[in-house]
Design a protein around this ligand. Structure first.
Ligand SMILES: *Cc1c(COP(=O)(O)O)cnc(C)c1O
Length: 374
């Protein structure tokens, strides 16, 4: 292990080429433009590093959740179109315009707010209309979106860069909800044709839609988690050759023998039935490593999986290596490969009783990120 003294012996290693490779694989599969979703710190992989690499590798556009994320991308030199997918507050519109960010307009009221701000700034806004086809989150219900679409088409201060909706159940290939949402979305888009207006770019598919529902690909897709090589759900199928881009690696900081019956960690919830060897790893829930993995998760040491012993602490946790050997400073893999064995984000999520998304975005800035690309 060769680390400068001031750096933590724990690392998130991000393979940027794999993210770019996943983008290519998705594009080849769908045959339409891809909006690369980089919200929530690029799903924990690092917003700016990921976006810069994808821009250099020929990505066509980005999607984020909040205006702050869009501004951070502009300040980092990202010049591609960026859609902010979250709901807006009227006072934010001038920021969207100043940074050339595309706006999600999700109601007639918000359309009026955007128009007013655009007129005041003397600058046309680029907007995507948000239609609600069953998520019941933001957006105008598909069954009553006629007046909304007409007002947007008539707007002098809004350019219609797109119209979109969001799928609620596409991570499950067996859910009938997706077909229903697609039908509602196409019916809503039909309104542009009925009033003789040009059809904006229609987009609907998240990763689940990209993987399982070709009919939802339409004019553009919006994959997030699939870009990072992770499947959305245990029910999802790997219909595209995607490669996971993130590993989480640390090193053993302590080794001891724990006598039979002596409990390990907070709450004394776990004790070995016979004398055993226990390794301490300097990572904890303060880094976003889930406490729910207490006595449930596994890590890799010397090419073998070993169980977490007792509760995960804020900055450390213990591992029961039984009769195996380990040395201080040995590599410990929390996510990724070691020799022939591996631990995926999907497995970790299942053990923690959550979804892969929450594992990835939970990994916070306390752990340094190392970027790899050729
Ligand atoms: C987060 C998000 C996506 C990407 O979702 P994934 O399941 O990660 O592919 C797409 N569209 C919208 C509106 C989102 O909020």
């Amino acid at each position: 292990m060769n680390l400068p003294v001031a750096q933590r012996p724990s690392r998130i290693v991000v393979d940027l080429d794999r993210i770019a490779g996943n983008l290519c694989a998705i594009r080849a599969h769908v045959g339409v433009p891809v909006m690369a979703i980089v919200k929530a710190n690029a799903y924990g992989h690092g917003l700016v590093a990921v976006a810069r690499h994808l821009q250099a590798q020929g990505a066509e556009r980005f999607g984020v959740a909040f205006v702050e994320e869009g501004i951070a991308l502009r300040q980092a030199g990202i010049t591609l179109p960026i859609l902010v997918m979250g709901g807006i507050f009227g006072h934010q519109v001038s920021q969207f315009l100043a940074h050339d960010l595309e706006i999600t307009v999700s109601s007639l009221d918000k359309l009026r707010q955007v128009e007013a701000a655009a007129e005041a700034a003397g600058k046309r806004a680029q907007v995507h209309l948000k239609i609600d086809t069953g998520m019941e989150r933001i957006g105008v219900h598909s069954y009553s979106c006629g007046p909304f679409i007409e007002a947007a088409v008539a707007s002098r201060w809004c350019g219609l860069a797109g119209v979109y909706s969001h799928l609620a159940c596409a991570d499950d290939p067996a859910s009938p909800m997706t077909a229903l949402q697609l039908e509602r979305f196409l019916e809503a888009c039909g309104h542009f044709t009925r009033i003789g207006a040009p059809m904006p770019v229609r987009h609907l598919a998240n990763s689940g839609g990209v993987l399982h529902f070709p009919d939802t690909h339409l004019d553009m897709v919006r994959p997030g988690i699939a870009l990072y090589g992770v499947l959305p759900d245990a029910a999802s199928r790997r219909t595209i050759p995607l490669q996971p881009a993130l590993s989480l690696v640390s090193h053993a900081v302590y080794f001891k023998v724990v006598k039979a019956g002596n409990p390990v960690s907070y709450g004394a919830t776990w004790a070995p039935s016979q004398d055993t060897r226990v390794v301490t790893v300097p990572v904890g829930y303060g880094d976003g490593y889930p406490r729910a993995l207490s006595s449930r998760g596994q890590v890799l040491i010397r090419g073998k999986a070993h169980p977490i012993a007792g509760r995960v602490c804020m900055d450390q946790f213990m591992v029961d290596i039984g009769k195996d050997s380990a040395w201080n400073e040995d590599e410990v893999v929390l996510v990724g490969h070691q020799g022939d064995v591996s631990i995926s984000v999907e497995t970790l999520a299942e053990a923690a009783g959550t979804i892969p998304y929450e594992i990835l975005v939970g990994l916070n800035e306390r752990i340094p990120r190392d970027y790899r690309s050729d």
